[in-house]
Ligand binder design. Structure first.
Ligand code: MG
Length: 300
């Protein structure tokens, strides 16, 4: 080997070694990073036992739950009540669950107008509460008359969402699209569908979420969350995966590790919120569910 080709080989080797070392280093630091991603659990209002909001929040606080997801119905009239109930606690409002009337893809002008008015009222209240966003579905299968499922409707939806998203931004919050499953909302079934609509709506006030229950439509929980990425993913719902009850009540089926791994890699900083029923004793089932999710988050 002459000096020139020796140098070439050595340099290539050194470069390869450097690249490999950097890879090792970044692997190690990635692992460290994902280990430190906090699991921010949130409850909808019906999850914790308790006779009133204050008792529910006491129970949540003791369990280390940091988010509260109220329904959007009458939210404007509850802003003071919710603020006072959360004052001095380590619990924030997470997302707001729907609660508007009408729907955005209605062909009936009165129904569409009802959506516009009631949704904006909720969005305004959500902003006052510092919420991450108001959850919405463009159209359930049972909602009629609905615009036809075609490319013009998609353009219309993106345009409408742009305006709504900009309004939400001006209120300090967002609208969050929730993909369901084909039995409930044929229009938007996959997290990636919702994320693409966010992108095409071209407003930072339009974001999306994934619901582990509806995500039975997905081929991979990991890929579903990754497809939305940190940019578009704003909220997550969780339930048991067989009967939509408390996580853990469906036994082996209730594995969330694949999805959690994506959330940790994304350094997802928003909430994972319980939206589910309960079969057993509520207080016990909720505690068991929280332990299960913390353990799976560790494993992810
Ligand atoms: Mg949901």
């Amino acid at each position: 080997m002459d000096r020139k080709s020796f140098l070439k080989t050595s340099l290539a080797g050194a470069a390869a070694f450097a690249a490999a070392s950097t890879g090792l280093l970044s692997c190690a630091s990635d692992k460290k990073k994902t280990c430190s991603v906090p699991l921010n659990l949130s409850f909808q209002e019906g999850i914790a036992p308790g006779e009133n909001l204050s008792q529910k929040l006491d129970f949540m606080e003791e369990l280390g739950i940091v988010g509260f997801e109220p329904g959007g119905g009458n939210l404007a009239s509850r802003v003071d009540e919710i603020r006072q109930a959360l004052s001095g606690r380590n619990i924030k409002v997470s997302a707001i669950c729907a609660g508007f009337k009408g729907f955005i893809l209605s062909e009936d002008p009165a129904t569409k107008a009802l959506f516009d008015t009631t949704m904006r009222e909720i969005v305004r209240a959500a902003g006052e509460l510092g919420s991450t966003g108001v959850i919405m579905v463009p159209a359930f299968n049972w909602q009629n008359p609905c615009m036809p499922h075609n490319i013009h409707t998609r353009d219309y939806l993106c345009n409408e969402l742009h305006q709504l998203g900009e309004f939400a931004l001006s209120c300090g919050t967002a609208v969050i699209l929730e993909p369901l499953n084909r039995n409930e909302a044929f229009y938007m079934r996959l997290v990636s569908d919702a994320a693409a609509i966010c992108r095409d709506s071209n407003s930072k006030g339009v974001r999306c979420m994934g619901d582990f229950w509806h995500m039975q439509e997905e081929t991979s929980d990991y890929a579903a969350f990754m497809s939305a990425g940190k940019e578009y993913l704003r909220h997550v719902h969780i339930a048991s995966r067989g009967r939509r009850i408390m996580p853990g009540e469906d036994g082996e089926k209730d594995c969330y590790i694949d999805g959690f791994r994506a959330l940790k890699e994304l350094e997802y900083e928003h909430f994972i919120s319980f939206e589910c029923g309960c079969e057993g004793d509520r207080a016990q089932a909720v505690k068991t569910a929280v332990d299960l999710l913390r353990s799976q988050w560790e494993q992810a």
